[in-house]
Design a protein around this ligand. Sequence first.
Ligand code: ADP
Length: 554
Amino acid sequence: MTKRIFRSICLVAIAVFLACVTLFLFVLYDYFGNVQQRGLKTQTELAAQGVETVGAEYFEGLSPKGYRVSWISADGKVLYDSEADSSEMENHLAREEIKEALESGYGESSRYSATLMERTLYSAKRLTDGTVIRLSVAQSTLLTLLLGMTQPIIIIIVIAVVISFWLAHRLSKKITAPLNQLNLDDPLNNEGYDELSPLLRRIDAQQRQIRGQEKELRQKQEEFEAVTENMAEGIILLNTKGVILGINRAASTLFGTTRNSIGKYILSINRNLEISELLSGIESGVRKEKIIDLNGGKYQLALNPVRESGNVSGAVLLMLDVTEKEQAEQMRREFTANVSHELKTPLHTIAGCAELLENGMVRPEDTARFYSQIRGEAGRMIALVEDIIRLSHLDEGAEDMKRERVDLYDLTAETVKSLSREAESAGVFVSIEGESAVVYGIPQLLESIVYNLTDNAIKYNRQGGTVKVSVERLSDGIRLSVADTGIGIPPEHRERIFERFYRVDKSRSKELGGTGLGLSIVKHAARLHHAKIELQSAEGEGTTITVVFPEKND
Ligand code: ADP
């Protein structure tokens, strides 16, 4: 800007100066012309007086320097000319100054001479005898004047240019100084040009608007971060090249990285091949989904392209932990396979026995055994189906079952009593000890717990063994424990016996009418009562399973 102002001032100064010089030259030229014309008139009048006084003798020996003197008769004939032979000169009657002098006594004119590049001034006066005396003088042209003044003009031009350069430099600096000192952070607090006020007011208004918008944006970003930070799902915002623009805490933890990963290429912090394959879809703008193994869990990754006015500008990578869902799915598949398998064996036995009976291939004395086998297998199936129904009921949360205050000791005593026949036929002595203890729970489930634990303690016992069932009140809960002197459980199986259909010895369990679901039901029922299960066992010596109910378990 300073440069432009400087250049403009220089140009204006030089242009004004040149215009002045030109104008001055014209005025000067005109002035000199007038002075010369007046001088010529005086000379003409003097010459006229001379001719009037002495007549033609006046011209004898006349040598006018710089002037040309002519004497013309009243009919235009040249009688004398100081520079040419008058007899050879043409008639001058038509010359403007002669015509004027003949008419009014005095005449003037000026003419350009094309060859000499100069102007000639004429002045003519009529004498009393009617003749006309004419004087002419050459006037130098503007160009001649200019050439004559070249040197001073050049000196003046140089001085003027230097002065205008210096002035222009100072002026331009002075003009731009207040502009350079403007404080745009506080536009309204500026002194300087009044003309800048509307602009500064506008800047101030726009700055306020920008600050407002910035605040709004920051707020929105903070809100977004607050929401995404506390989400269990991982979220990563990516640009089309796969560079991380945003990442929440869950995603950072999952990738074992920090928030500093913003600006890094996603594959530089996780080189999982499946993720890289998924990301190949960013630029094409196609939504992609995949379940992958990550950090020992299963994660569902969904890549959603982000579009801005039709073009893909990036993508959002959403990561959901589906480990439990996948495990539940796996368990369901295994459970269905196990159920089918468990039902197939008794059904085959029933079908086989029935076929033999139908075809009369069983001896009459054996029929009773066959019928009892059919009944036994059907009973196992019923027990299995009942356990499955109970278990699926528990899986759904058993919400239709009512909770109430139950005396666990009374309930245990009754359940143990209902198992007395089994205990007797197994040759096992079952005893119950303890005290009245009230649990707020679901009676049917509490009964299932006691029944299954006592039943197992009888089943997996030895002839003449014992089972001790006890109910105890603790300072912070109620403890039910079932201790037997049975075969015990090998350490490697202890963790798994609570799984569905898991048995240490499959054939022994089946022989004893076990379904492999008893302890699963105990585990589920205990969980619904917020109770803890503990297992102690020694091979060949016995097993003690304890269930501790918290004081409040609703
Ligand atoms: P089952 O119907 O086979 O008894 P459970 O789920 O009740 O199924 O028990 C799972 C397995 O745990 C049993 O098959 C058995 O091998 C073992 N088990 C359970 N209770 C005892 C116990 N008191 N003593 C020894 N083994 C036991």
